[in-house]
Design a protein around this ligand. Structure first.
Ligand code: SF4
Ligand code: SF4
Ligand code: SF4
Length: 196
């Protein structure tokens, strides 16, 4: 499978966007490597359509993840470190989900509101908010055109696990071409086979 058979859009994380919380560049290289090993071009899926993928470094999804066949975005979960807060209020101002409040001179995070975007971690000047975990949210099935629909979340993963799932999905996608099947349909099929 060569580059003309797929589009892989990466967000501004590859140009140094400070909001990125995971390394999508390495993931993109691994995806390109995996797709490049495919030699089934002659009978590959639907000839007129490309496989459309996107990678974003955070939940802002600037690479338009939700209208792609297969995509992933980074997440980072904040944790409060007791005793480090200098009560500057920057985290409260930064959080667009209004998930942080200050109580007894320390931040308190409402986990029901938190999107795990990691912006408060990047903003905190004193280390009172640190990253306790990060990873990828994998999405699939987004499409525009005559019958548009937004992609659905496959699952939230730790980074390595999410990367492995994407590579497994692409392996299955390459190895089971069906004549006339659009790439997006094929991705939905292999997600169902692999994840259920
Ligand atoms: S998705 Fe996040 S990391 Fe990527 S360009 Fe947008 S804000 Fe920056
Ligand atoms: S990770 Fe994002 S959504 Fe969650 S508390 Fe921090 S800034 Fe708010
Ligand atoms: S940004 Fe950090 S130091 Fe400032 S109030 Fe929030 S947790 Fe405290």
């Amino acid at each position: 499978m060569n580059e003309k058979d797929y589009d892989l859009t990466q967000c501004g994380a590859i140009r140094g966007c400070p909001k990125s919380v995971v390394n999508i560049e390495q993931l993109a290289k691994n995806i390109e490597l995996a797709l490049g090993e495919c030699h089934t071009d002659d009978h590959f899926h639907h000839k007129q359509q490309k496989l459309r993928m996107a990678l974003s470094g955070c939940p802002n999804c600037c690479a338009q993840n939700l209208i792609k066949d297969l995509a992933a975005y980074g997440w980072a979960e904040p944790k409060v470190i007791d005793g480090n807060c200098i009560v500057c209020g920057l985290c409260v101002q930064t959080c667009r989900e209004r998930a942080i409040s200050l109580k007894d001179n320390a931040p308190e995070i409402d986990r029901n509101r938190c999107l795990t975007c990691g912006e408060c971690i990047l903003t905190c000047p004193s280390g009172a908010l640190t990253k306790v975990a990060d990873g990828l949210v994998v999405t699939a099935g987004g499409i525009l055109g005559r019958h548009p629909q937004l992609a659905k979340t496959v699952r939230r993963f730790a980074f390595e696990e999410g990367q492995q799932l994407i590579l497994n999905l692409l392996e299955k996608f390459k190895s089971s071409p069906r004549t006339g099947e659009a790439p997006g349909q094929a991705i939905i099929r292999v997600v169902q086979e692999e994840v259920g």
